[in-house]
Design a protein around this ligand. Structure first.
Ligand code: ADP
Ligand code: MG
Length: 318
């Protein structure tokens, strides 16, 4: 199950992505936290030092492409893969199990049952065909191939605002949580996100943050109705963690914990439709092929699409 935290810069995406990761790890749930923001702060928020961070996913993209390609006959060379290249028969489909090679190479353990992955930068030579949003492209490519199941969690800290729409990445989640302060700007960012995502299969909900008084919550309720999942207040627990002295999660303020419970309940209630999911993978690949990639590669990259293939739990992991 995959959850993305999106919203305005400074609203609390990183803080809440880290808090939700801690919350899952506290109950020993397997959780992969992914820092896909341009400003990479999730590792710090999870209590790691800069020197503890994993090899960025995008830095090893030559390896990632080679790995994911497997022996898919429609993709003769790794450098023909772009961020939207869909998996097909022969592709390697990573999972969240202990033997997975992507996790071994590109993550570090955090908080017991957690792992951290960071995007980093693509090297020009790794890209193969040039791509403006190449950095989050590595995450998109990874998620397009990832076989994650119920009871396994991927928590993604996303870039602020409309950047999320530079690729198909915004459609790769079972739940998208937009973090909003109780302000017109916060709610405006939600409405913008909702408008951009319209017509795509995106389960979008709002998590209020930095609630200081009852009128704040009243405001979000009135503006958002059922789209509001819950809300967190200004948290002494969070501030203590920010100072580098996280307290046990059991000491998190009960109202804030209730907001996390609501997020988990919503996420666990989702069920992925792998057929529709993969249809979107293919659709975004067609768009990218037409818009820029065919020209850059000098050939028709829609030939990479395997019409017989749908990923999902029934596919053997190669
Ligand atoms: N519920 C909260 N209680 C206290 N401080 C918070 C809370 N949420 C966010 N913050 C603080 O607000 C600032 C911005 O949060 P951050 O998670 O970095 O935002 P974003 O990732 O959306 O840019 C940080 O200093 C963070 O500690
Ligand atoms: Mg952030």
């Amino acid at each position: 199950m995959r959850i993305a935290f999106v919203g305005k810069g400074g609203s609390g995406k990183t803080t809440l992505a880290a808090l939700f990761t801690r919350y899952l790890a506290e109950s020993d749930r397997p959780v992969l936290a992914v820092d896909a923001d341009i400003n990479q702060h999730l590792g710090i928020a999870l209590g790691l030092d800069d020197g503890d961070l994993p090899l960025p996913l995008a830095a090893g993209s030559g390896w990632l492409k080679q790995h994911l390609r497997g022996d898919n006959p429609r993709i003769p060379a790794a450098d023909e893969m772009i961020k939207t290249t869909p998996p097909g028969r022969g592709s390697r489909l990573p999972d969240l199990g202990p033997a997975d090679e992507v996790l071994a190479r590109h993550t570090v353990p955090v908080l017991g049952s957690g792992r951290l992955m960071v995007t980093g930068e693509f090297d020009a030579e790794d890209i193969g065909v040039s791509c403006y949003h190449a950095k989050t492209g590595a995450v998109e490519l990874y998620l397009n191939h990832l076989l994650d199941g119920a009871g396994e969690y991927v928590v993604v800290d996303m870039t602020a605002g409309a950047d999320a729409f530079a690729s198909g990445l915004f459609t790769r989640f079972d739940l998208t949580v937009l973090v909003s302060e109780p302000t017109r700007r916060g709610v405006g960012v939600y409405r913008q996100y909702q408008a951009n995502a319209a017509g795509h299969r995106v389960a979008l909900r709002v998590l209020g943050n930095k609630i200081a008084e009852p009128a704040d919550l009243d405001y979000l309720r009135a503006e958002l109705g059922p789209a509001l999942l819950g809300a967190l207040g200004q948290s002494g627990w969070v501030r203590s963690a920010e100072r580098g002295t996280p307290r046990p999660l059991a000491e998190l303020e009960p109202a804030n914990r209730a907001a996390l419970d609501a997020v988990l309940a919503e996420l666990d209630a989702t069920e992925r439709d792998w057929v529709a999911y993969h249809r979107d993978t293919v659709e975004f690949h067609r768009r990218n092929a037409r818009a820029w990639a065919n020209q850059a590669a000098g050939r028709d990259l829609t030939e990479q699409i395997d019409p017989e293939f749908v990923p999902g739990p029934s596919v053997a992991v190669g």
